[in-house]
Design a protein around this ligand. Structure first.
Ligand SMILES: Cc1cc2nc3c(=O)[nH]c(=O)nc-3n(C[C@H](O)[C@H](O)[C@H](O)COP(=O)(O)O)c2cc1C
Length: 266
């Protein structure tokens, strides 16, 4: 066969594509466990950060205090020694209990996709189409007090925002922090949900006014936590992402989400 014939060129390209695709899919399969492990580790770091047990700098290992070497062992240590304890909560649309489940191996994300382990919550602004019967919160002991870390998810412009809201367990109402561990919003616009200055605005705000979730990201600037406890500054040029954060909090802290559980905390 001539090396410059059409058949040879197409055949050669097909073989290169085949070899490359086998290599890429092989690596994806081989590295899946490692990727899942790293994803879990990142989520655990976010729980520690939003609780105030480590700082943003600790996450990248650039601080030189006691947890500067934030190895997987150090992170897991917080969970193993009971400073962070996960708890399974039966959600409002489920009338069973979660006692038989192993909190350490339970995969809430998988459960939410399984019709046998989840339910449809009905119309809601956060566009949540499925809620796991049993969902996971974290109880955290910090030197400043007890926190409950509630998972939230809601619609951004391009993606579903997934994160955690830390609430003071002393009153079940005062926010201690907000963090997102997954989203695909535009860097510099919706991606500013990760900006530590903006995240710093959340501490001290209140979730509930009576029994109603009143905390919201407003368009424009909010006052201080003391004078404007139910509002947080909007992200400029990113009203859709800002609204998604509000919707996520309203749903997950409200009656269709962890509202009844939070009422028991209060
Ligand atoms: C390329 C591009 C990326 C954008 N990314 C976001 C985003 O991540 N989040 C968001 O809310 N709005 C984003 N917007 C802007 C929205 O389309 C919309 O204009 C904006 O949310 C309105 O916010 P504003 O009222 O604060 O201007 C983007 C717009 C463009 C053109």
């Amino acid at each position: 066969m001539k090396l410059d014939s059409t058949g040879y060129i197409i055949g050669f390209a097909a073989v290169v594509c085949l070899v490359a695709s086998v290599f890429v899919s092989g690596s994806a399969v081989a590295l899946k466990d490692k990727q899942d492990e790293n994803k879990l580790l990142d989520q655990q770091k976010k729980v520690l950060t939003v609780s105030g047990l480590i700082t943003d700098e600790n996450q990248s290992g650039s601080n030189d205090d006691e947890v500067s070497d934030l190895t997987p062992e150090v992170v897991r240590g917080f969970f193993a020694d009971g400073k962070v304890s996960p708890q399974l909560v039966p959600m409002p649309g489920f009338d069973g209990n979660c006692d038989a489940l192993d909190v350490n191996t339970y995969d809430v994300r998988k459960a939410a996709k399984d019709p046998a382990l989840s339910y449809e919550p009905g119309e809601n602004e956060a566009k949540v189409s499925s809620v796991a019967n049993c969902s996971l919160v974290y109880n955290v002991t910090t030197p400043e007090g007890e926190r409950v870390i509630v998972p939230i998810r809601g619609p951004g412009l391009w993606s579903t925002l997934r994160g955690y809201l830390a609430v003071d367990k002393a009153d079940g109402n005062t926010v201690k922090g907000l963090i997102f561990y997954e989203h695909a919003e535009t860097p510099g616009l919706g991606g500013e949900v990760d900006n530590s200055r903006w995240r710093g605005l959340w501490a001290g705000r209140k979730v509930y006014d009576g029994d109603t979730v009143s905390l919201a990201v407003k368009k424009g600037q909010a006052g201080t936590a003391a004078e404007d406890p139910y509002s947080v500054d909007g992200l400029s040029g990113a009203t859709l992402t800002s609204n998604g954060v509000t919707k996520a909090i309203s749903f997950w802290l409200g009656p269709q989400g962890f509202g009844p559980f939070m009422q028991s905390v209060r």
